[in-house]
Design a binder for this molecule. Structure first.
Ligand SMILES: NC(=O)c1ccc[n+]([C@@H]2O[C@H](COP(=O)([O-])OP(=O)(O)OC[C@H]3O[C@@H](n4cnc5c(N)ncnc54)[C@H](O)[C@@H]3O)[C@@H](O)[C@H]2O)c1
Length: 299
């Protein structure tokens, strides 16, 4: 089976590529390496250094191996960037997805689109299910929701393609953590807490998330790509073990013996994010790794 993974040099993409290669698939990666690392891409996969906004780069990626499945992960990610680089976020995430859908249609490939719980914006009613409404604050206040809206539009584009006969599935990974997760200024929470000294907690730290171990999520992603499913099926691949960012910081600060400090809240940060996982019955998937086990494994 030929599999094309966009964003395959990134955190989730590179782990997915490892598993696909391991089971004998022919894998092509399309990544511009703006955030991903070439060294994280399995030597058994073919890396095309290209931009998902550029059709010529897609042509290079499909030329020798027309894909049976496209996992479309390439996107601008990292919470700080959503407000600071809102124009780029919309450009890459929306135009890249338009190209992915068109290429999947042309090659007859099945496509898995990677959305996000941020597609629900500031929806307060939990859990976040496939029937939840999206709630976004007025754009003049801040532009953090460039990302959530780009994922919402991505889902609109996918469901439109499904209505016109394409086989597209949607995954919303939920706060995934594990090896290779980016830290630094534009990084994600667990890696930032593992790297920084002191640990910085945004706002009061009472906002909760469901942290999900990467190995579990990759299992789910493979199933979404492989199984016979109704086109348009959408899955929240997340744990239901909620933890506040302050409690997460306390666990990690104790293990690292360092202090916690509070800093500015992120614009438009949601207070809670609890996924509804009922639809995961279709793929027989539930997150199995507890946060306690996952953090210890990572350390
Ligand atoms: N990690 C999570 O917890 C999480 C949660 C929700 C949604 N997602 C989604 O899952 C996908 C993968 O996330 P991740 O955590 O691996 O992010 P990541 O930033 O590690 O990976 C994204 C990859 O896309 C590449 N990329 C960026 N712009 C590109 C472009 N124009 N052309 C080609 N490649 C480009 C980057 O170099 C990077 O390798 C993304 O779509 C993200 O929005 C991830």
């Amino acid at each position: 089976m030929n599999v094309l993974v966009t964003g395959g040099a990134g955190f989730l993409g590179s782990h997915l590529v490892d598993r696909l290669v391991e089971r004998g698939n022919d894998v092509v990666v399309l990544d511009d390496l703006s955030r991903g690392e070439e060294s994280h891409v399995s030597k058994s996969a073919k890396l095309i250094h290209g931009d998902v906004r550029v059709l010529e780069d897609w042509e290079l990626a499909i030329k020798s191996n027309p894909p049976d499945i496209i996992h479309h992960l390439a996107a601008i990610n990292g919470t700080n960037r959503f407000h600071n680089e809102a124009d780029l976020v919309v450009d890459v995430n929306v135009n890249g997805t338009i190209n992915a859908i068109n290429i999947a249609k042309r090659t007859g490939a099945r496509m898995v689109f990677y959305s996000s719980p941020e597609a629900f914006g500031e929806q307060h009613n939990m859990p976040l299910s496939n029937s939840s409404n999206s709630v976004f604050s007025p754009p003049f206040k801040h532009q953090r929701h460039s990302y959530g809206v780009s994922k919402y539009l991505g889902e609109i584009l996918c469901q439109f393609a499904v209505r016109n006969g394409s086989d597209v599935r949607i995954v919303r990974p939920c706060n995934v953590y594990g090896p290779r997760l980016k830290g630094g200024i534009n990084g994600q929470v667990v890696s930032k807490m593992l790297e920084s000294d002191p640990i910085m907690v945004h706002g009061d730290g009472l906002q909760t998330r469901c942290m999900t171990w990467v190995g579990d999520v990759i299992d789910g992603m493979l199933r979404v790509g492989d199984y016979d499913l109704p086109p348009g099926s959408t899955f929240n691949l997340g744990s239901t073990e909620e933890i506040s960012m302050l409690d997460l910081a306390k666990i990690i600060s104790k293990k690292r013996s360092i202090e916690i400090e509070f800093c500015e809240p992120y614009h438009g940060d949601s207070k809670r994010r609890l996924p509804d996982v009922e639809n995961n019955n279709l793929i027989g998937w539930l997150a199995e790794t507890s946060l306690h086990v996952g953090i210890n494994q990572l350390l």
